[in-house]
Design a protein around this ligand. Structure first.
Ligand code: ZN
Length: 167
C-alpha cells in the first residue's frame, strides 16, 4: 500500500486532457492536498501504514518538484519547483521549443535521457532500492517487478519517440 501510494498519482496522466497545458502535473493529484488527506485519515483511524502512505505520496510530489516542477499548492494553478531540467528561456518560449519536434513529448523525454545526471541518479537509486529491499524486506522482493514494468514502459516510449523524430 505504501509503495502504491508513492506511484498512484502518476496515473493521472490519463486525465491530462483536463489539465492546464495538458500537463498532468497541474492536476490536483500532483499537489500536496492528497498526501495531507491520506495522512489525516491515517491519524483518525490510527493506522500506521496509512500515515506512512501519506508520506510516500508526498515524497513523490516532492521529487517531482526538482525535474519539471509540479502544481504543488494547486490553488494558484502555477507550476512550482527548482525545475532543473528546464531553463527560464525554455519555459517562456516553450511552444517554440516543442514545435521543433514532431511529438511535443520528445522535448521532455530526450532532455531526461540526454542528461548524465538524471541517468546516474536513476541507476544509483535502483542500486539503493535493491540493497534496501534485499536487506530489510526480502519478502517484498516481487514489488521490484513494478519497477521493471515502469522501466519497460518508459524505455519503450523513449525508443518510440526516437523513431518518430528520425523518420
Ligand atoms: Zn509524478
Amino acid at each position: 500500500m505504501i509503495v502504491l501510494a508513492s506511484v498512484i498519482s502518476d496515473f493521472d496522466v490519463f486525465f491530462s486532457k483536463y489539465a492546464k497545458d495538458h500537463n498532468h502535473r497541474n492536476l490536483i493529484t500532483h499537489s500536496i492536498i492528497p498526501s495531507i488527506i491520506i495522512f489525516v485519515f491515517g491519524i483518525i483511524f490510527y493506522w500506521p501504514a496509512l500515515i506512512i502512505s501519506g508520506f510516500s505520496y508526498f515524497i513523490h510530489i516532492f521529487v517531482d518538484l526538482f525535474d519539471w516542477g509540479t502544481n504543488v499548492l494547486y490553488f494558484p494553478k502555477k507550476t512550482f519547483g527548482p525545475r532543473f531540467f528546464i531553463s527560464k528561456e525554455e519555459e517562456e518560449k516553450l511552444p517554440q521549443y516543442l514545435d521543433q519536434y514532431k511529438s511535443p513529448a520528445s522535448f521532455f523525454d530526450f532532455k531526461y535521457y540526454k542528461s548524465k545526471i538524471s541517468v546516474t541518479i536513476e541507476i544509483l537509486l535502483f542500486i539503493l532500492m535493491m540493497i534496501l529491499i534485499l536487506l530489510l524486506a526480502f519478502e517484498y522482493i516481487l514489488i521490484t517487478l513494478l519497477y521493471f514494468l515502469g522501466l519497460y514502459f518508459h524505455l519503450s516510449r523513449h525508443f518510440h519517440l526516437k523513431k518518430i523524430e528520425s523518420s
